[in-house]
Design a protein around this ligand. Sequence first.
Ligand SMILES: *Cc1c(COP(=O)(O)O)cnc(C)c1O
Length: 386
Amino acid sequence: MPAPGSGAPLIPLYDCRAENQPYRAAIDAAIREVLDAGHYILGRQLAAFEQELAAYCGTAQAIGVGSGLEALALTLEGYRQLGRLRDGDEFIVPTHGFIATALAVTRAGLTPVFCDIDPDTYLLGADGLQAALTRRTRGIVAVHLYGRVCAMDVVRTFAAAHGLLVIEDAAQAIGARWEGRPAGALGDAAAFSFYPTKNLGGLGDGGAITTNDAALAATIRALRNYGGVEKYRHHLCGTNSRLDELQAAVLRAKLPHLDRTLERKRALAARYAKALAGSPLALPAAPADPANHTWHLYVVRTGDRDPFVARMRELGVGCGIHYPRAIHEQDAYAHHARRSFPHAEQAAREVVSLPIGSAMTEAELDRVAHAIGEATASRRARPLAR
Ligand SMILES: *Cc1c(COP(=O)(O)O)cnc(C)c1O
């Protein structure tokens, strides 16, 4: 264990280098292939990755774009181009999560309407959806936060009853399944992110959309490429947001191993659950089906967060906070009608993410658990008031 206050934690929250190490040879070969091909944008690597991702998700289409935020925004802009959405239409967005979800709605000229979460799963639920519904609601962004799929029976029933689109924000949940079907195939369209720390991480920014809607896919393919698919023919006012060949090649090298890394994370999560069973921390609720969760993050709660995180750091363990403020509490959304969302606000004050990379060893996890024992013994974590 390092001396208190020493530099970088021995066990970081996430170690991108270690995560990519098992694929080093394949990634090197992929990079060399792209370099040698001499074609760096919209080439055969992207076309192949799109096919492989669509097959993995069980959808007819996948479209690679510049980031997860772009994937969400272009999906919504695609629906606008198709006449399915217009200015001021509302999308329900859970307020506990990453701000990109709301930003995409805003960028598409739509209005995010925030909803509270189920405090056990951190995901949207029937009560939150009902409270957010208005005459202008046109859709739901079902955010599979922390790698866990939303209760899609609830989401679908609600959407069908009110004629709403369901967009999955699957940025954290590639490979998660609901009743056997993968995230990406559970709504009308889905957005993925390949940001380096995600379960399928690239060596930079990247994202994708999956859908069975051929018209939507064709529109997004045009939007991501300056509004056209043929060179110098532009039928839409599009943008430049393409998953480049290098990222596509790297992701192709990693995708065949994804399910194995997710199994590894499930094993680590189970080990945490056992090791921390007696601790004063509130542990994540186990999903009904292990396939529902991919453990992008392993999130616990404590009423005594700041001293806990500081003590963990002294003990050599890097923790994270996802996320310290609900989206409706961000200044960017200060102009929104102020409502309160008690479950989300409490979660924002109490959540702590523990390290859970697939490259983590059992010994490292046990050291995290041991550090938690020390951190909570020396400074009794306050029990949770719900
Ligand atoms: C990472 C993430 C995004 C945005 O993805 P980027 O590739 O970083 O733009 C959107 N939503 C959620 C839930 C995310 O975790």
